[in-house]
Write a protein that binds this ligand. Structure first.
Ligand code: ZN
Length: 319
């Protein structure tokens, strides 16, 4: 017990909530589930539950070309720029499209994670949540897909590795979909370890065979709920995280495994998100001096999304 107290990091200050109105300007069509209202639903719920008072609100800057180039080759960024429509929309894949506001939103989303890294690594915030869209974990180094254009979280990880000279970073991903983009980007990087759970078989139909020894993927059957999820965290995630002893923790926080979310067929509830987040805060306190950055990915039922993010932020803020 004494050792635990001695090694536990004591966090001070308010959790950063990083977002930007430009993230509302990306629009993929009437009825598309990845809609601007997701961010307003989150903010409304945080205000209604008075969690917003316990956060410091920070505007997301634009990501710089140099920060982006650590993950995405300039030719890929130029390709996206060439696709950007001045009116209407440009379809990237069956369910991913660019509107005139998409690039700006994507630059804010990636910039938010860079800002989060700076705040947390410079002790200006104990941890941070990036309420951004478009999401990022399906975006590979040179491929937009699955509602994602830039891999926001990966850009932040690269910033932490490069600017703050960190040597071991862990990523956890509890979105209902496998974070194929993040896996493709870091599969051969011994400085990065990733643990994840996702419904399988399901979009993007991979992840059951990890691409590298630093990837610890736990596919879960459709219909899995809190019991199966918590078992995966306890038997795979936690042992791997304790063994790796990361210096910083990132969360790909997708809330589409919620039982009210029609996107997937899993049965998580707010209590599961709060439970896993408290465990991750504990890991960050043990090994990372509290450094934890969480980034919004999926979550499409507006009410469940708002309530789940509130539970996540209660745990991050230690409320
Ligand atoms: Zn998802």
């Amino acid at each position: 017990m004494f050792t635990w107290l001695k090694t536990r990091w004591h966090r001070t200050g308010l959790t950063a909530y990083i977002s930007h109105p430009d993230c509302l300007k990306h629009f993929m069509g009437v009825g598309h589930p990845e809609c601007p209202e997701r961010l307003t639903a989150i903010r409304d719920q945080l205000m209604a539950s008075q969690i917003f008072d316990s956060l410091q609100e920070v505007d997301a800057p634009l990501v710089t070309p140099q920060q982006l180039a650590r993950i995405h080759p300039p030719r890929y960024v130029e390709y996206l720029e060439s696709c950007s429509p001045s009116v209407g929309s440009f379809r990237i894949d069956a369910d991913t499209a660019m509107s005139p506001g998409t690039l700006l939103a994507a630059q804010r989303a990636a910039g938010a994670v860079v800002k989060a890294v700076e705040l947390v690594c410079e002790d200006k915030a104990p941890n941070a949540f990036c309420a951004v869209r478009p999401p990022g974990h399906h975006a590979e180094s040179a491929r937009a897909m699955g509602f994602c254009f830039f891999n926001n979280l990966a850009v932040g990880v690269a910033h932490a590795l490069t600017t703050y000279k960190l040597e071991r970073i862990a990523i956890v991903d509890f979105d209902v979909h496998h974070g194929n983009g993040t896996e493709e980007i870091f599969k051969d990087d011994p400085r990065v370890m990733m643990v994840s759970t996702f419904q399988h078989p399901f979009y993007p139909y991979c992840g059951d065979e990890p691409l590298g020894p630093n990837m610890h993927n736990v596919p879960l059957k459709a219909g899995s709920g809190g019991r199966e999820f918590r078992e995966a965290v306890e038997t795979v995630w936690l042992p791997q995280l304790h063994a790796f002893q990361p210096q910083m923790l990132f969360i790909s926080a997708g809330f589409d495994a919620h039982r009210e979310d029609d996107m997937g067929s899993m049965g998580l509830v707010e209590a599961d998100y709060e439970w896993v987040t408290r465990h991750m805060v504990q890991i960050a306190d043990l090994y990372c001096q509290g450094r934890l950055v969480s980034v919004l990915e999926g979550g499409y039922d507006l009410s469940a999304l708002g309530r789940s993010v509130a539970a996540h932020l209660r745990a991050l803020s230690d409320l």
